[in-house]
Design a protein around this ligand. Structure first.
Ligand code: HEC
Length: 148
């Protein structure tokens, strides 16, 4: 039986041992990551399966859209081809929302929305209007001074 001292003196063995240890730790970390990830997904599916139109804190959980008049029409017509995120991350004026819909109709096979178009455009411009402020408000009350 190799004694303790000679194991650590034999650096080759010690390195090999450390490398194996790192490998095991790495695999364990990946496993933990996957198991945790699965749990989150299961939970999301649970929520969505029980009630696909569940609202939490004013947000339609499945899509992330704001709960307001016109939500149903928007979910039904605007989340089938692409994620609702594409809608949420865009903030536009009424004319630009209309133009975006027209563009999708002309180039992306979006169907005629009929009576629902007004409802959807109103929903969009009410809840996703152009951002009023830029990233940073312009400077005010600046005391300018001249360089000497
Ligand atoms: C028939 C499929 C389809 C439907 C339904 C659809 N879209 Fe799209 N939309 C697209 C495609 C395709 C793109 C381009 C995606 C890309 O660039 O990756 C797009 C892009 C967009 C963009 C991004 C435009 C840009 O300038 O980048 C917005 C915003 C958008 N859609 C909103 C909507 C809204 C609002 C509705 C509901 C009225 C809707 N979409 C319904 C196909 C669709």
């Amino acid at each position: 039986m190799p004694d303790h001292k000679s194991f650590w003196k034999n650096s080759r063995k010690a390195y090999r041992f450390l490398i194996v240890l790192c490998g095991v730790a790495f695999i364990a970390a990946i496993l933990v990551f996957y198991i945790k990830g699965d749990k989150v997904d299961d939970n999301y599916e649970d929520v969505v399966e029980k009630d696909p139109n569940r609202i939490e804190n004013g947000i339609h959980v499945r899509t992330g859209l704001i709960d307001a008049p016109g939500l149903t029409e928007t979910v039904n017509n605007c989340t089938t081809c692409h994620s609702a995120k594409l809608v949420i991350q865009n903030r536009m004026s009424k004319a630009r929302w209309q133009a975006t819909i027209r563009w999708m109709q002309e180039t992306q096979n979006l169907w005629d929305l009929g009576d629902q178009e007004d409802i959807i455009v109103n929903y969009l411009v009410t809840n996703y209007p152009p951002q009023k402020k830029g990233r940073r408000q312009s400077l005010s009350d600046v005391e300018w001074y001249t360089l000497k």
